[in-house]
Design a protein around this ligand. Structure first.
Ligand code: IPM
Ligand code: MG
Length: 352
């Protein structure tokens, strides 16, 4: 037996456990093929963690994640908290805290289209040609983590958007390097016509241009970028942006592919890495074996790549492509002829 990797598994809420089970199944097939082994350790996060321990991110979860070589996450969130603005503990707090605890400042979200799924896309087919971009979303700063609160006896609320030069620099370097390995084009998305924090981003990125002379940088306001994503998605290659703009733009970008269920993501820091699909917990589908597991399976491919198992990552992607080609898809992609979550996982595992 070759190397052993410790992988913390946070299935989370809603469809999380079902899609994560498929990714684990695929990683077990990787074990067989590549004489590596994964030591999976299940840990709690989100609503299920609140139900069982009162805490959306128990200390034990943090400890086990820090002892692991990589973390695999399903989804976090439950409607019983969404409709209660006065709830003091929320599942999402667990997600935000693990990002902060592990220092996962860069969320990397690749967006690729599959020509076979063009019919499922809300965008006109001719616009989908050559869409292949990757979004670098800052993940541990900005309005998500700035000071927030109420004043005037609760009648005024505020959320501060705050960034330091160092926070902008570290993810910008990553995005520039990615641009160098791709088409050497970087689009910085901000709202520098209004926000001071955006003006800092622009200043920092402008200065970095000299260090990466082979990369062409353009600067775009977020409202214009939101429009361009649906009118000319192939325009983009590497997008660099702050936390909340990245959250919104990547949901928008994901539907271009035909299903939000397809997109994986990696959250990286200097020491740890976490892999999760970009979709949410989709509670309406929980327990029905209908959720699309491809996003989580492709996240497992990113996990393999991160652990140095590039061939395994490639095999997973090829098996996913084959599944899509053969129409082995869940109902979000094909309403009339579809497979269950488990069947999709079985197909990928069997086709490695
Ligand atoms: C995401 C999600 C999270 C976010 C939520 C669940 C807190 O939407 O990962 O994109 O806003 O970051
Ligand atoms: Mg989001």
């Amino acid at each position: 037996m070759g190397k052993t990797f410790n992988v913390a598994v946070m299935s989370g809420d809603g469809i999380g456990p079902e899609v994560v089970a498929q990714a684990v199944k695929v990683l077990k097939a990787v074990e067989k093929k590549y004489s590596v082994s994964f030591n999976f350790r299940d840990v709690l996060i989100g609503a299920i963690a609140i139900d069982q321990t009162g805490n959306p991110l128990p200390d034990e979860t943090i400890r086990i994640c820090k002892e692991s070589d990589a973390v695999l996450l399903g989804a976090v969130g439950h409607p019983k908290f969404d409709n209660d603005p006065s709830a003091k503990v929320r599942p999402e707090q667990g997600l935000l805290k693990i990002r902060k605890e592990l220092g996962l400042y860069a969320n990397i979200r690749p967006v690729t289209t599959y020509s076979l799924l063009n019919e499922a896309s809300p965008i006109k087919n001719h616009l989908l040609k050559d869409v292949d971009m990757v979004v670098y979303r800052e993940l541990t700063g900005g309005i998500y983590f700035g000071e927030k609160g109420r004043k005037d006896e609760g009648k005024t609320a505020y959320d501060n958007c705050i960034y330091t030069e160092a926070e902008v620099l570290r993810i910008s370097h990553m995005a520039f390097k990615m641009a160098q390995s791709r088409k050497k084009k970087l689009t910085m998305v901000d709202k520098a016509n209004v926000l001071e924090s955006s003006r800092l981003w622009r200043e920092v990125v402008k200065k970095l241009e000299a260090q990466y002379p082979d990369v062409t940088v353009d600067y775009m306001f977020v409202d214009a970028a939101a429009m361009k994503l649906v009118t000319w998605p192939a325009y983009f290659d590497v997008i660099l942006t702050e936390n909340m703009f990245g959250d919104i733009l990547t949901d928008e970008a994901s539907v271009i592919t035909g299903s939000i269920g397809l997109l994986p993501s990696a959250s990286m820091g200097d020491k740890y890495a976490l892999f999760e699909p970009i979709h949410g917990s989709y509670p309406q589908a929980a327990g029905k074996n209908i959720a699309n597991p491809y996003g989580t399976i492709l996240s497992a491919a990113m996990l393999c790549e991160y652990l140095g198992l590039a061939d395994a990552a490639k095999d997973i992607r090829n098996a996913v492509n084959k599944g899509l080609e053969q129409g082995v898809v869940t109902e979000d992609i094909n309403k009339t002829k579809n497979n269950t979550t488990t069947e999709v996982g079985d197909f990928v595992a069997a086709n490695l």
